[in-house]
Structures are given as C-alpha cells and as structure tokens.
Design a protein around this ligand. Structure first.
Ligand code: C5P
Length: 227
C-alpha cells in the first residue's frame, strides 16, 4: 500500500489529537502532535521566566531557541510517543491550563515557528504519517495527500476540554476553560505568521454533533480512500 501524508488541522479541543493518534495506529503510520511541541516551548518560557506581565520576552526567547531540544520518545509502559523537553518527559506538564493560557502567544513568534516547522518537515520526510496542528495542510505539508480541517462550536469544545482536565484531577472552572478556548482561537486565527486557516483542498468536519467514534470513522474512510 502506498504511504501518504495526512494533515489534520483545526480549532483546539475538536478531538484532533485523539483521532490522529487512532488513525496512525490503525494505518501503521507515525503520529506527530505538533501542539505538544509548541506547548513544550511555552513550558520552557514559563520555567525560564521568559513571560512577563502576559507578554513573551521575544528577544530573550529567540536567543534561547538553540538551547531548546524537543524529541518524541516512546514510553514503553504506555506505547505512547511522549514529548521530551531537553531530555525530560513533559507530556503531563504541558497539558495544564497554565500552559494553555500562554502557548498561543509563544506560537505567534515567527522564529519559534520556523524552528518547529523545520523539525516537523524532517519528521515527515518519508511520508506514512498523521500530523495534527494548525498549519500542517497550509504550511508544513502543503502537498499532503489528505487534509482534514476540524471544527466544532466553542462551547462544545470547552466542555470536552473541561472534562479532560477534571478527569486528570485539575481544579478548573468551566468559564475559564471556555475563555481559554476562545482566546486561543482568536490569537491562532489572527496571528501574522501562518494563521489557522482551512486549506483550499481540505475536507471540513464539524464535530459539534458527532462523538469521537463517529468523527474517527469519517476520517478513516477519507484516509482509506486517499491511500
Ligand atoms: O493542539 P493544541 O491545542 O495542543 O495546540 C496548542 C497551541 O499550539 C495552539 O493553540 C496554537 O497556538 C499552537 N499551535 C500552532 N501550530 C501548530 C500546532 C499548535 O500554532 N501546528
């Protein structure tokens, strides 16, 4: 069977990552969660005091970029490809609301995007991968054989994210999560460098009234058709 590149883009908490991961497993493809990479850089900024008064210290961050090493490594116990920041598994640390609240600011810095996009293109050089993010079909792999663009109402997405955080034991308030989802939508769609856009040749899936399994089935059908 020929190997293709599958790009899944869209708004936050549309189920992109869960579906992309499941699809990659089913097809025997590599899965890359590019949001995890931007989140890891945001965590680095928080840990190294590169965010002051809700602003990224851009020049300092650019200077530090060569020191930021991101790597996906399989954790044998779970079989998941967890993200490592400078040698440390940060998969859990990057999923907090604290990181979610600053990640879009960090992801708007062009130099950060340049570094991460290059790494993503290297990871996908041999095809046979499912990559999810915001700019995969438009910037990272504009020639991807299959592009899916996922959307859902902000309220529905916030409920999903709220449940995830509560299940993990995080003490969060629904309104705060909704605000974060809306704020990230706004920053991601209006930034100058590679804003969140649906590629012209993408297939759009609105999951407001679909559960994960239904959405996955649609994506699998599209993938099998494209291969
Ligand atoms: O996918 P996830 O919601 O974890 O992504 C976190 C943030 O990382 C997004 O809100 C966006 O600001 C940024 N991001 C991006 N480009 C990507 C993936 C994520 O700008 N390809």
């Amino acid at each position: 069977m020929k190997k293709i590149t599958i790009a899944i883009d869209g708004y936050s908490s549309t189920g992109k990552s869960t579906i992309a991961k499941k699809l990659a497993k089913k097809l025997g493809y590599v899965y890359v969660d590019t949001g995890a990479m931007y989140r890891a850089v945001a965590l680095y900024c928080l840990e190294n005091h590169l965010i002051k008064e809700n602003e990224v210290l851009k020049e300092e961050l650019i200077e530090k970029l060569p020191e930021i090493e991101l790597l996906f490594k399989i954790t044998p116990q779970t079989g998941n490809a967890d993200i490592h920041l400078n040698g440390k598994n940060v998969e859990k640390d990057i999923r907090t609301l604290r990181v979610s609240n600053v990640v879009s600011m960090v992801a708007a810095v062009s130099e950060v995007r340049k570094k991460l996009v290059q790494q993503q293109q290297r990871m996908g050089a041999h095809k046979g991968l499912v990559m999810d993010g915001r700019d995969i079909g438009t910037v990272v792999f504009p020639d991807a054989e299959l592009k899916i663009f996922m959307t859902a109402s902000p309220e529905k997405r916030a409920i999903r994210r709220y449940k995830e955080l509560i299940d993990r034991g995080d003490n969060v308030i629904y309104d705060e999560v909704l605000k974060n989802v809306q704020n990230r939508d706004h920053i991601d769609s209006t930034r100058k460098d590679s804003p969140l856009r649906e590629a012209n040749d993408a297939v759009k899936i609105d999951s407001t009234n679909l559960d994960l399994e239904e959405t996955y089935k649609k994506c699998l059908q599209l993938a099998l058709h494209a291969i």
